[in-house]
Design a protein around this ligand. Sequence first.
Ligand code: HEM
Length: 577
Amino acid sequence: MSNSNTLLFCSGGIYERAFIGSTCNFKLPSILYPFYTYHLTETSFPLLSLSIFSLLLHTSQMASFFTLSTASLSPYYHILFSVLALVISGLLFLLTRKSKSRRLNLPPGPPGWPIVGNLFQVARSGKPFFVYVNDLIPKYGSIFTLKMGTRNLIILTDPKLVHEALIEKGPLYASRPSENPTRNIFSSNKFSVNASLYGPVWRSLRRNMVQNMLSSSRIKEFHSVRNKAMDTLINRLSSEAENNSGVVLVLKNARFAVFCILLAMCFGFEMDDQTVEKMDQILKSVLIILNPRIDDFLPILSPFFSKQRKRALEVRREQVEFIVPFIEKRKEAILSLGSDKSATSFSYLDTLFDLKVDGRKSAPTNEELVTLCSEFLNGGTDTTATAIEWAVAQLIANPRVQTKLFGEIKSLVGERKVEEKDVEKMPYLQAVVKETFRKHPPTSFTLTHAVMEPTSLGGYDVPTNANVEIFLPAIGENPKLWSNPEKFDPDRFISGGEEADITGVTGVKMLPFGVGRRICPGLGMATIHVHLMLARMIQEFEWSAYPQGKKLDFTGKLEFTVVMNEPLQALIKPRVE
Ligand code: HEM
C-alpha cells in the first residue's frame, strides 16, 4: 500500500487494514461532520468548499497519495469538479441549518478543512499514515480524531482505553465499519470472518475457522506440510546463496514458505512453483485494487472513478476464474478420496462446502468460497513473513542474541533438525519471537473496529459510523509499560521480570494480534510458523549483514504490512559445511 494505509487481509485482503476495513458508503448526513467541529458561518462555507475542491483538483500529491492519476479521469474533470463543488456547497448551505442540534463531542484532533477534513494534510505530509499518526501522539495523547473526508477515525493509543473498549466493553466494540463498494465486491458483501459485522454470520464463519481448522488438533494434522515447507525453505536459501555470493532476500523466501503451507491447508493439495506464483500474483492484484482511493473518503466523487470500478470487477473476475477450478478439484478429490495422491486428508475448503451459516438457507456459493479462501491465505502470509524479516534483522543487529539462540537450539536438539515439539522447551526462542512482535507488530493498526451502538470512551462520543483504530506501536513501545522500550531485548521476558499477556485479558501491553472478540484466530498457527521457521533458519545458517558491517536501517514502510524500508538482504553461512 505504498504510502497509504491498507491493512492486511480482509476479505479480499485482510491487512491494512486500518483503511481497508475502514471506508464507508456515502451517507448524506455524514457530510455535515465538518460543521460539528469547524463552526464555520453558514455563508462562508460555500466559498470555502469551492476553493477546497479546486485545491484538491490541482494537487498532484493528493492524486498520487490515493493512487489516482488525473490522466485516468475524464478530460472534462475540471468542469465536472467545479459543478460538483457548487452543488455540494449549495447542499451544505441548506443542510447546515439543521446540523447544529446534532453536534457530537468527538475526541480532539488536528483542525482540518471543511468537507475533506484532514485528508489533505495527511496526503501532503508525505509521511506514511502510521508515521503521521505517531507524530500526533505528543500533542493529542491517548485518543484523538482524524477526519478523512466523510469518515471520522477515532484513534486509540492508550492501553487502558484499548482494554476498556476491546475487553471490558468487548461486544460493543466488536463490529466493523461499512465497506466501500470495491471492498464489498471482494468480501462478497461482508461474507468473511474479518469483514462481517458482529452478528450471526461472523459467529458462524469464525466458529468454523477456529474449531474446524485452527484448533490445535487440526493444526497438528498439517505437521508434515510444515516440515516439507521448512525443508524447501532451507534448500531455496542454500541455492540462492550459492548463486549469489552468500546473499539472500529474507522476506521473499519466508513469504514463499508460509504461502505454500497455507495453500495446502486451504485447498487440500500441494501446488507446483508456477501455480504458487500465479496464485500469489492474483492475490496481490486484489490487495492492490483495494488500496484506498479518494472516493472512499469522499464518496460523492465516485462517479469520476468508473474506470477504477471496472478494473476492480475485472480483477475479481480473474480471481474467481483462477481459484474456482481448485475448488472444483477439491470437491472431486473428496468424492474419490485416495485416488489423488497429492491430496491431503483434510482442508479448509472441506469445512466450507456444506457450512451452515446462521440466518442463511444455502451453503456458500463458489464466489463466497473464493472470498473465504483468499481471506485465509492473505491473513497469514504477509503478516508471518514480515515477522520473520524483522526477527532476522534484529538477530543480525544483535549477534549476542543470535549466538544465545543458536546455543539454545544446539543444546536441546543436537545435530537433528528442530521440530515443532521442541519449541515449547525453548524459552529463549519464545522470548525472541515475543520481543519481535512487541517491537515490530506486522501491522501498525488492528483491523478497523466499529461500535454496535453510540457510546462514549475517555469522556468523548463514539458514534456508530466512526472507524475505531487501535495504534499498536504506541502500546508496544510505551515507556510507562516497558523498560527501555526502544531496545530489542528478549531477555526482558526471561530475567527482566517483564511479562505481557498477548491476549490482553489481564491487561493490554502489546497486541500484535488484536485482543478481545476479534482477536486474530490465526494466533496459534502463526506462532508455530514463526517459531519453527526462525529456529530452522538459525539452526542451519549464521546470519550477518550485507554488505558486511553495514548498520541496518530499522525504519518501516507500509506495503500490505509494515515491512523494512530497505528489504533485508543478508549474508548466510551454513553452520555445517
Ligand atoms: C504473524 C501473523 C499474524 C498477525 C500479526 C495477525 C494479526 C492480526 C490482527 C492485528 C488482526 C485484527 C484483530 C482486530 O480486528 O482487532 C487479525 C485478524 C484476523 N486474522 Fe490474523 N494475524 C496473523 C496471522 C493470521 C493467520 C495465520 C490467519 C489464518 C490463517 C489469520 C486470520 C485472521 C482473521 C480471519 C482475522 C479476522 C478476525 C475477526 O474479524 O474476527 N491471521 N490478525
